[in-house]
Design a protein around this ligand. Structure first.
Ligand code: CP
Ligand code: NVA
Length: 310
């Protein structure tokens, strides 16, 4: 980290940033994306290094952070549990002290949020949450940016969450409170969101529905995720039974507004949480969503390392 920089900012959960910071990030993401599409070189992170630590599998998160960092002139170190001392029980605090003396920014995908927080507490450089059991803020950053690209402001809109009360659901709840929209949540019994984890000020930004069709009624965006998140594979069979009615299909999409979008963070299982007709259909923006991970994360890294530009 360059001397003289103000207090380190981390991005550990969605509520770490304020609404006006999100507005700034979305503006920057649009500029950065446009430059990329026009093959314009933009390398503000020359000589900066990103360490990426993966304790769970990834395609999108790895490619988007790695490609994004190289495009901005920086470089990347990729670590996994299997090929580092993290997998041999070196304390996370010691790992943070060491890694953060050698790189400028760190992205971590791990299990418990508490592990990410312990790393951040001992890091000299900004730390980004690349997914934990509790939250997935970079994905929601991309989803919101994608919504805005297609439909404009999300303020006052309704997002239907159909499925597991998981890391994605908790993050949508945080985003709704900060950005002023409403989440309609429908989860099978026993798989509800954990409101303590979501950590909301009050219950005004979400409504709970037993029937997923009711959650989708008049929604502006319908979104879902896998029935079994990483780390919960032993529950797979029980979940397949419990979630059978929580498949976003054409009938559910028909309950939403006619111009409603469909999103999924991917990877998806066609025929489980979403029908092929919906995810491969005209309302689906899942490929834009995946691509936008890179553009918003470039804006995020720029912000954490260089502050506001201009
Ligand atoms: N959506 C998402 O985070 O994808 P990966 O697991 O492939 O990184
Ligand atoms: N909820 C999923 C998201 C994968 C990107 C998981 O945690 O596995």
């Amino acid at each position: 980290m360059k001397p003289g920089l103000p207090l380190i900012r981390h991005y550990l959960q969605f509520k770490d940033f304020r609404a006006e910071e999100y507005a700034y990030l979305f503006e920057r993401a649009a500029i950065i994306k446009k430059r990329f599409k026009n093959y314009e070189k933009y390398t503000p992170l020359v000589d900066r290094t990103l360490a990426m630590i993966f304790e769970k599998a990834s395609t999108r998160t790895r490619v988007s952070f790695e490609a994004g960092m190289y495009q901005m002139g920086g470089s990347v170190v990729h670590l996994t549990t299997g090929d580092s001392q993290l997998g041999r029980a070196e304390p996370v605090e010691d790992s943070a002290r060491v890694i953060s003396r050698m790189v400028d920014i760190v992205m971590i995908r791990t299990y418990e949020q508490s592990k990410l927080e312990a790393f951040a507490a001992h890091s000299r450089v900004p730390v980004i949450n690349g997914l934990t059991n509790e939250y997935h803020p970079c994905q929601i950053l991309a989803d919101l940016y994608t919504y805005i690209e297609h439909r404009g402001s999300i303020a006052g809109k309704v997002v239907a969450w159909v499925g597991d009360g998981n890391n994605m659901a908790h993050t949508w709840l945080q985003a709704a409170e900060i950005l002023g929209f409403t989440v309609h949540i429908s989860t099978p019994s026993g798989y509800e969101v954990n409101l303590e984890v979501a950590g909301l000020r009050d219950a005004s930004s979400f409504k709970v529905f037993d029937n997923p069709m009711d959650a989708c009624r008049d929604a502006d965006l319908v979104t879902t995720d896998v029935w079994t998140s990483m780390g919960f594979e032993s529950e797979n069979e029980a979940r397949r039974a419990a979630f059978a009615d929580w498949c976003v299909d054409a009938e559910m999409m028909a309950a939403a507004k006619p111009d409603a979008l469909f999103m999924h963070c991917l990877p998806a299982h066609r025929g489980e949480e979403v029908s092929a007709e919906v995810i491969d259909g005209p309302q689906s923006v899942v490929w834009d969503e995946a691509e936008n991970r890179m553009h918003v994360q470039k804006a995020l890294m720029e912000y954490l390392l260089l502050g506001r530009i201009g």
